[in-house]
Ligand binder design. Sequence first.
Ligand code: B3K
Ligand code: ZN
Length: 859
Amino acid sequence: PPLIRREDYRPFDWLVPEIRLDFTLGLERTLVVATLKVERNPNGEPASEIRLNGDGLTPLDVTVDGHASNSWRMEGSDLLVDLPGDAHEIRFATEIAPVANSQLMGLYASNGMLCTQCEAEGFRRITFFPDRPDVLSTYTVRMEGPKDAFPVLLSNGNRIAAGGGEDGTHWAEWHDPWPKPSYLFALVAGDLVARKDRFTTMSGREVDLAIWVRAEDLDRTGHAMESLIKSMKWDEQVFGREYDLDQFNIVAVGDFNMGAMENKGLNVFNTKYVLADPETATDGDYDGIEGVIAHEYFHNWSGNRVTCRDWFQLSLKEGFTVLRDQLFSQDMQGEAVKRIEDVRLLRSVQFPEDSGPLAHPIRPDSFREIGNFYTSTVYNKGAEVIRMMRTMAGPERFREGTDLYFGRHDGEAATCEDFIRAMEDGAGLDLAQFRLWYSQAGTPKVEVSLAHEGEAATLTLRQTVPVTPGQPDKQPMPIPLRLALLDRETGRHNGEQLIVLDKPEQVHRFEGFAAKPVLSVNRGFSAPVAIERVIDSDDLVFLAKNDDDAFARYEAMQELIVGHLVAVVEGGLDERVQDAARSSIAEVMRVIVTDAALDDSMRGELMMLPGQTYIAEQLTVADPGAIHAAREALKGWLAKSLEMELVALHERASGISSGMDRAARGARKVKTQALVFLAAGNPELAERMAAAQYDAADTMTDRQGALMVLAGLAGPQRTHKLIDFYNRFQGDALVIDKWFSLQAGSLHPHVIEHVHALAQHPDFNIKNPNRVRSLYMAFTGTPLGFHAADGEGYRMIADLILALDPINASTAARFVPPLGRWRRIEPGRAALMRGELERIAAHADLSRDTFEQVTRSLG
Ligand code: B3K
Ligand code: ZN
């Protein structure tokens, strides 16, 4: 497969101002007649033919300007049609087989319904078209099909006509007035019911809202609808963005490659991000739904009204939209906890990506398969980069920048450079050097030290940007650091400052400190960097107890624990030093567990130990077994030292009534956190308490939390509750997904055998991405399973990739990165991981997706 380069971008030679699609729908066979109005692009090259992308299609009945045409040919899978003049109408038909489409790209069948997924290059599996985001057309879509199988017919925009035939068929015609690229096209046909509501926009437009699901799921759509209405309101208030059609439809689908898709006026969602009630969805699921509904809705402006010129610009819409959904969720649920959650995700997924063989800038320079670049780097680091602009400009000036961006580029396919320029002009920032954040990969490292002499504190900051594949030399980048100097006695400070570190080294002097203050730096995680600071553990303890920035408080706790665990793993630590470190961690943890002034949501965050992958990131070469052992040992020690406090916390939290308010949610969070610790210190007690929590549970949050703890324990309650859970929820796909992933992601020493057995379970289905992910993605996080020293876990994932690749390439390729981490793992396991990658690479018929990921990972 060829390498596509950002530098090679050329405008398309033709414009396609209008397209009409006529579908004759069937699950086995669907006929598509496409009619394209094409005109020469004044900005393109004069060409005698037009290239229409296809993927696995055969053109039928090609006509040009109403006459049957022979002047076309195929080149690979593309259709090339001769066009002598400046404007033509091209028409052709294609025939597709939705039930046979296991890739779930293009038009496919799910549970008897038909639906589409076109981003990034799925439209070419439906019909021939210049399938690139800079070709914008207005779409008119007519669908016709059997009324009993497909009573509901949906597409983008507004429904303009509908009718029925005598023969049991019916039809509907939709028109979308907003020009859009093909990746935003969508069609849905099925036996669905809707939760309906209305929204009046700020200028008074009445919008009909509908969330379409299978009849049995209707009563689980309330939260999604509330989230949608909140998102629409928030985007008006915070970004001044108003909805622009008379209808907004969301459809939930059980077979879907990712979370959801922002098709214009017709968002298609994974059921996971729509359906919720307290018995079947956790508090985390509720938040996920709110965030993803918002994300897709926000794309209506950041993505649809202003789209991307080419796929290298993906972060233009994704990074920006992730930031928008993060800010929304911060406003809905509280800023501190949301920020901590976002940073945890960034560090556990994006940091490892940025330090491994798949590292790429948020605006990549080349790819073979764009599907491989829907990454945490493009999404989450992309959001961090725009968040830094917001931090430097302040929210008001940032808003001026986004207003200018939307105003300037409405209706266009834009670039990251366009966004940066709008920020410079609208927000008044100088981003000349800041552009490096778009072109350089790798997580910058910032070394921080604070000295004190006389009345002055001197801060020294030093940055390095690590070497990444294809980028041996790096320039220093502007790194905005929010910081404060805390008085050691009072814990107070005289205000926060923003320092932008834009040189390799900078020194800042602060006067008026008779005693050495304690430095709180990168507050709110103002820059996505790794801070390395010289700091006493006493100061970390002080910050963990006193810092008024919630994130910084969390961070101090993490740093304290990571420092200890890294020292343990690196070995040679003398017993006394080790005990002293553990005692100081236990001391802070006691304050966190018992502090009456802390709210439980925040307490739950502060109690969370740094994750396995984040700890591994701190080591040049990691031994997953050793990290796991050290982490469990610390957990056990903390549980033993704080057993009474943890039991009391669990008891108090159990007394808080169920409900969806902040207090009840916080209580549920700390309850399970307490069990997680106790399981490592006193497994018999934890088993009893978890079983009781399971039995008393009136929410999925409590039930899942209890079962997660039991799944990692050896006692009899493990089996009892797993059987009960299965019987209780059999047939509810989203809950059975949880049942799979709780077992596959557990700390149980026999997790590999469990996963082998689950793969044979009648409910396992390799064609359903949710089920595949719930079994195997959860497994790739297990130190004792995936990283089993004999390589059996690696082999299992490689076998999965090979089996899944011909069925669903984009899902298969997502399992490659865990194996690609080999360079950072101890030599024994590294060789085994590499061996599995080589075994995959040796297969001749790999998809473009898997081929690219495997070769880059071996690189
Ligand atoms: N834009 C889609 C992602 C499409 C992924 C295609 N492989 C969802 C989102 O980010 O909102
Ligand atoms: Zn998105």
